[in-house]
Design a protein around this ligand. Structure first.
Ligand code: MN
Length: 564
């Protein structure tokens, strides 16, 4: 249902109210192409609506730029539309501030950070609706911004859509980004592929006829058969692996057969193979073994009419819709059919570590049988142990919750950690034990010849930082001490006497032992003092002799020492 249709159906509903509010708030604003700004919000909301999200999400999509681009505050939104919608809008605003700066090896973390910051899967889906419309209107954006946005779409948003099972959207985003990132390749491909596409489409029209006849003869009635050309972006990637030879791409245009149920899918596969021989090793049963993102279908490559190698995909309507809408489709399914028992059969093999988080998401979706519970389950809390922070250069660092600037500094490099003298978070100075939050931009201030402080050990969170601090502390001691001797602490209990401390330290100095620190325990009314003297550059022998000398001091009643 489109936004307009929803409003017609329920003129006083939340969508109608959000529409009126957003239209009024954006009044007078226009986008770079001269179009009214509100049209963008409406287009984003229509995208969200087309993925069958709930009314709150559609309303939030209508309002998604209101806080960022008009003087409406989040508080006002909360008052007008309640916590939930305000939360969704705030989430979209927050993740909109994250920028991909083209740093390799950071994309996976950046994707995770986006999800962690979203907190609710609906936030990221609204963001995808926003991004889809921005990509469609990218040509009116200044050229220097185009590439950055296209790259971000290709590297971050398209893969997120894919992992959420929204294959169609993922492919669409990639295709929209492709010409901006590879303009020359795009021109070449379009020219190269045009004839091939047309020829294939004509050919598949014949295949479709022959196949339909044969299926019907066997009392199988597909819901529909169609074919869709492979998208430019994925074709280009594939061509790179196939010597740029378009004749080696068998799924340039693939035939899709949509059947009523799973057993009919397998029956249809049998008929296809009976009609045309399959190419060995090219039969893929993603129904029995879905792809990690949940994609299900039967794929086979056959030697078809006129000996042309052709790919055929067979799936149910439900699988087809799921491939289009992913998690959103699943959600709708849960909402409309209650238990969704077909979904329970799903088994997803977690073969790739990097896909674990989608695994978690899906597994945990399965545990819920009613829509309210499922809605709760959309909260992204599987990153609750991790935070994602950004370096001033835009790199993303993954740290445990509670991590401090010191942890961050040591993760960058031990030298940065060792010479850390201060830190800034989002441009403001913070203390070194400050707890970092996801999305923070963290900058470390270093100072030459600075040494780590042992007090850091009290608040660092990562084992890495802890170990590096300890080894740096040890390292600096051995530099300070003339020999690689041990460290000893003398504990002296002595009667109070003027000049006692001076007598004790003089004896120690004469023995050529360094005093690192002296700790005098104030004993208040007691006539005894407890001194703790930390010494360097000493071995057991020396310590023994020194102890004897110290005991000769009349006031010292008790003396012990231990190696530290
Ligand atoms: Mn927007």
């Amino acid at each position: 249902m489109t936004v307009k249709e929803s409003i017609k159906k329920n003129p006083d509903g939340i969508i109608a109210r959000a529409y009126a509010f957003a239209e009024k708030s954006h009044k007078g604003q226009s986008r770079k192409n001269g179009e009214a700004y509100f049209n963008h919000a409406l287009a984003a909301a229509n995208n969200v609506a087309s993925w069958n999200l709930d009314d709150e999400s559609v309303a939030a999509a209508l309002l998604h730029d209101v806080v960022e681009d008009t003087d409406v505050t989040l508080e006002k939104l909360k008052r007008e539309f309640g916590e939930e919608i305000a939360f969704l809008v705030d989430g979209v605003t927050k993740i909109g501030k994250i920028r991909y700066r083209g740093i390799e090896n950071q994309v996976e973390n950046l994707r995770k950070m986006l999800l962690a910051l979203s907190e609710d899967i609906r936030v990221i889906i609204i963001k995808l609706g926003d991004r889809l419309h921005n990509m469609k209107t990218l040509s009116s954006v200044p050229r220097e911004k185009q590439r950055r946005i296209a790259l971000e779409t290709m590297e971050i948003y398209s893969p997120i859509a894919y992992r959420l099972g929204m294959q169609h959207l993922s492919g669409e985003l990639e295709d929209l980004a492709f010409p901006y990132i590879y303009p020359q390749e795009y021109t070449w491909l379009k020219k190269e592929v045009k004839d091939a596409y047309e020829k294939r489409a004509k050919y598949l029209e014949r295949v479709k006829k022959a196949l339909l006849q044969e299926l019907q003869k066997n009392k199988l009635h597909p819901l529909f058969i169609d074919f869709r050309a492979k998208r430019y972006a994925s074709l280009y990637k594939k061509l790179l692996r196939y010597d740029m030879d378009i004749n080696k791409i068998y799924d340039l245009v693939a035939l899709r057969v949509i059947m009523e149920n799973v057993s009919e899918c397998y029956a249809a596969l049998g008929i296809v193979h009976n009609l045309w021989p399959p190419v060995p090793g090219r039969i893929k049963d993603y129904i029995a073994m879905p792809k990690p993102n949940g994609y299900r279908s039967l794929h086979t490559t056959i030697i078809c009419l006129d000996e042309v190698i052709t790919e055929i995909q067979i799936k149910t309507k439900e699988m087809h819709e799921e491939a289009e809408n992913g998690i959103a489709a699943h959600w709708l399914y849960e909402q409309t059919k209650g238990t969704g028992k077909n979904m329970q059969k799903r088994s997803i093999s977690p073969d790739k570590k990097e896909l674990q988080w989608v695994e978690q998401l899906r597994n945990w979706q399965k545990e819920f049988s009613n829509p309210e519970e499922f809605l709760d389950s959309l909260k992204i809390d599987f990153f609750r142990d991790r935070i994602f922070v950004i370096t001033p250069r835009g790199e993303v660092r993954d740290l445990p919750v509670g991590a401090t600037p010191i942890d961050f500094a040591y993760q960058i490099h031990s030298d940065v950690g060792n010479s850390c003298s201060g830190a800034k978070v989002n441009g403001k100075i913070v203390t070194l034990d400050h707890q970092l939050q996801s999305g923070n931009v963290v900058e470390i201030i270093t100072q030459k010849n600075k040494k780590p402080s042992s007090s850091w050990l009290n608040f660092v969170k990562t084992a890495g930082a802890r170990n590096k601090i300890k080894s740096a502390l040890k390292g600096s001691d051995s530099l300070a001490a003339p020999t690689k001797l041990a460290r000893i602490e003398f504990k002296i209990t002595a009667e109070d006497k003027l000049g006692l401390l001076k007598d004790v330290t003089t004896i120690i100095s004469r023995a050529h032992v360094n005093i690192v620190s002296v700790n005098t325990g104030g004993q208040g009314a007691s006539k005894f003092h407890v001194l703790k003297i930390l010494c360097d550059g000493i071995n057991k022998d020396k310590a023994e002799k020194l102890a004897i000398k110290l005991k000769s001091v009349k006031e010292i009643k008790e003396l012990s020492y231990k190696f530290i």
